[in-house]
Design a protein around this ligand. Structure first.
Ligand SMILES: C[S@@+](CC[C@H](N)C(=O)[O-])C[C@H]1O[C@@H](n2cnc3c(N)ncnc32)[C@H](O)[C@@H]1O
Length: 113
């Protein structure tokens, strides 16, 4: 079934893991901060465990200006965020991704940072 962020046609908790590749953060010049916030909320609505958003840079190979926002936006306070390095580098500098998971379950699912 196809869908489009920021509104997906799936029930709550449909997926164990949700992956985003070259959409959020990459298109920051076209997609607003609010779009990113609403999309992360929607991804986490349909996700039981975690979402990974790759990469954390733009198509100009610059760090996305939106990366700090998830941690400071009150609407996303129920989630934890960590930016992780990866050996995979599809385009230049695209060697990190953002992992998102529910704050309440963090102690059960992930080692402490
Ligand atoms: C650069 S491509 C990345 C494709 C694939 N994820 C990859 O990594 O190879 C960007 C993708 O975003 C999709 N897209 C555009 N608007 C979208 C939206 N509102 N929600 C979800 N995907 C969208 C496009 O259809 C396109 O496939």
């Amino acid at each position: 079934m196809a869908g489009e962020l920021p509104s997906l046609p799936f029930p709550d908790g449909s997926f164990d893991l949700t992956l985003v590749s070259y959409f959020l953060f990459a298109y920051q010049e076209r997609l607003t901060c609010e779009f990113h916030r609403d999309s992360i909320l929607e991804l986490m609505r349909v996700t039981r465990s975690e979402a990974c958003i790759y990469p954390t840079i733009t198509f100009e190979a610059q760090p996305s200006q939106y990366i700090p926002l998830p941690r400071s936006d009150p609407a996303l306070q129920h989630f934890q965020f960590t930016e992780l390095k990866t050996d995979f580098e599809f385009l230049m500098n695209s060697n990190s991704f953002l992992r998102v998971w529910p704050r309440l379950n963090a102690a059960l699912q992930w080692p402490k940072e």
